[in-house]
Design a binder for this molecule. Structure first.
Ligand SMILES: [Zn+2]
Length: 112
């Protein structure tokens, strides 16, 4: 498995609640129903929860505004970060490998 695939595989395996807690989001008021986690949307204002975290697929979807995606996209949108910053955050918080080649690997390649 290359580092990119390994990264996506490991991020996929992290539970939504673990990610949310690391982001400083309290999940105590979230409703849990058959592997789904319901919340109010993070990207538009609403009174009733139409935002769902899917444990099985590792994705999210808001049935109100239509925003959806995977864990990386959620973190990225939430903090208004770019992809490298989001990837480094996962690396720091969960020890997932960086999907790009390390400086060491690059040096090895350039020597050939
Ligand atoms: Zn929404």
């Amino acid at each position: 498995m290359n580092s990119r695939n390994k990264f996506y595989f490991l991020v996929f395996k992290i539970e939504w609640v673990e990610i949310l807690h690391k982001m400083g989001i309290s999940t105590g008021k979230f409703e849990r129903r058959s592997g789904l986690l319901f919340s109010r949307c993070f990207f538009h204002s609403e009174k009733t929860p139409s935002f769902v975290f899917f444990q099985k697929t590792g994705t999210f979807k808001c049935f109100g505004c239509g925003e959806q995606g995977n864990k990386l996209r959620f973190v990225k949108l939430f903090f208004h970060w770019d992809s490298p910053k989001t990837i480094r955050w996962f690396h720091k918080c969960f020890g997932t490998p960086l999907p790009w080649k390390s400086a060491k690997e690059k040096r090895r390649v350039s020597k050939k």
